[in-house]
Write a protein that binds this ligand. Structure first.
Ligand code: NAD
Ligand code: IPM
Ligand code: MN
Length: 356
């Protein structure tokens, strides 16, 4: 079981260290860890946010544990050398088109949600976000118009096969959960979304037991805070999924709690090849201060054990230990507490032992 560990920038290395501590405490046999530079760290060390040697490590692995990338010091460098290109490049190069972002209420944490506790309590959804298409990867350009005005553009487009494969992921995910898919688009305005909706309908006919509803993204943003408990599987494109998942994190309580798995078609000896990362970024405002909540990254390790290594009991152990840590009131600054990054890691490790 080869894992490529790519900590990245800002709080990335801090949260990754705690996730590795939890993984280590499981004492799994046959783990092989390699480490690579990405993001601003990769750019500084090797002149590129995704150095070829890091990409090679990622390709050779069965799974990737990714921290976060991004550095305000790089805000003015050319787009293709920005730290964010590391994660975009890995997703594209490795064909990781399906991004699963579960959001579930934690018992005892309802009071920390940005929503009323009685609304927050019922959250149990997963955002299935398409990850290698949309306006993220369409043609981009800067031009000067004949009249001298500067213009910038990014093409939003989806081909039907891209929509079809992510829709299948959403319907299959729904089969193992609440059997409902909410497909989020902007079909009242965008041609891209009209095709999206058409293809999702076609795929839905292969899953008669799954209830499908379509929702415009503006309404979805509203429903996510009004009645998040009514959502089960939220199927959406790259851009809308990015925005809705940060919003979902605050419905649960903090962006420091939401994990993700990015999967494609490639399988390994044990399961599906994937990249696992918290949904948050490098948090430059708190980097280096030991204040970051590592739980999102710890929970990403749980997703890795489940999807890439078929180690469901171990994944569940990590999730139970995180839930127990929160229930015991061990909270970082993001949740109104004052526990530091490594103390949270330690607290999860100790509960890993007591909850097993
Ligand atoms: P961010 O997610 O880094 O931070 C947003 C806010 O949430 C900040 O106030 C931060 O302190 C807080 N926060 C985030 N994670 C936290 C944690 N684990 N514990 C406690 N608080 C936490 O988003 P941003 O500020 O918009 O972006 C910062 C940089 O990160 C940018 O360069 C951006 O491009 C990048 N980014 C990278 C990824 C990734 O690597 N996958 C994801 C999102 C943003
Ligand atoms: C995320 C991030 C990335 C995205 C950025 C860093 C490119 O916000 O993983 O949610 O937009 O996908
Ligand atoms: Mn994001």
């Amino acid at each position: 079981m080869k894992i490529a560990v790519l900590p990245g920038d800002g709080i990335g290395p801090e949260v990754t260290a705690e996730a590795l501590r939890v993984l280590d405490a499981l004492e799994l046999e046959g783990l092989e860890l390699t480490h690579g530079e990405v993001g601003a760290a990769g750019y500084r060390a090797k002149g590129h946010p995704l150095p070829p040697e890091t990409l090679a490590l990622a390709r050779e692995a069965d799974a990737i544990l990714f921290g976060a990338v991004g550095d305000p010091a790089c805000d003015d460098i050319e787009r293709h050398l920005r730290p964010e290109q590391a994660v975009l490049g890995l997703r594209k190069e490795l064909g990781l088109f399906a991004n699963l972002r579960p959001a579930k209420a934690f018992a005892g944490l309802e009071g920390m949600s940005a929503l009323r506790p009685d609304v927050a309590r019922d959250i149990d959804l997963v955002i299935v976000r398409e990850l290698t298409g949309d306006v993220y990867f369409g043609e981009k350009k800067r031009e000067i118009l004949p009249d001298g005005r500067r213009i910038g553009w990014d093409r939003m487009n989806y081909a039907e096969d891209e929509v079809r494969r992510i829709a299948h992921v959403a319907f299959r995910t729904a089969e193992g959960r609440g059997k409902r898919v909410t497909s989020v688009d902007k079909a009242n305005v965008l041609e891209t979304s009209r095709l999206w909706r058409e293809v999702v309908e076609e795929v839905a006919s292969e899953y008669p037991e799954i209830a499908l509803e379509h929702m415009y993204v503006d309404n979805a943003a509203m429903q996510l805070v009004k009645a998040p408990g009514a959502l089960d599987v939220v199927l959406t494109g790259n851009l809308f999924g990015d925005i809705l998942s940060d919003q979902a994190s605050m419905c649960v309580g903090s962006i420091g709690l939401l994990a993700s798995a990015s999967l494609g078609d490639r399988t390994t000896d044990h399961g599906t090849f994937g990249l696992y990362e918290p949904i948050h970024g490098s948090a430059p405002d708190i980097a280096g201060q030991g204040k970051a909540n590592p739980m999102a990254t710890i929970l990403s390790v749980a997703m890795m054990l489940r999807h890439s290594f078929a180690l469901e009991p171990e994944a569940a152990r990590i999730e139970a230990a995180v839930a127990a840590t929160l229930a015991d009131g061990v909270l970082g600054g993001d949740l109104g507490g004052s526990t530091g990054t490594s103390e949270i890691g330690e607290a999860v490790v100790s509960r890993l032992i007591t909850t097993s």
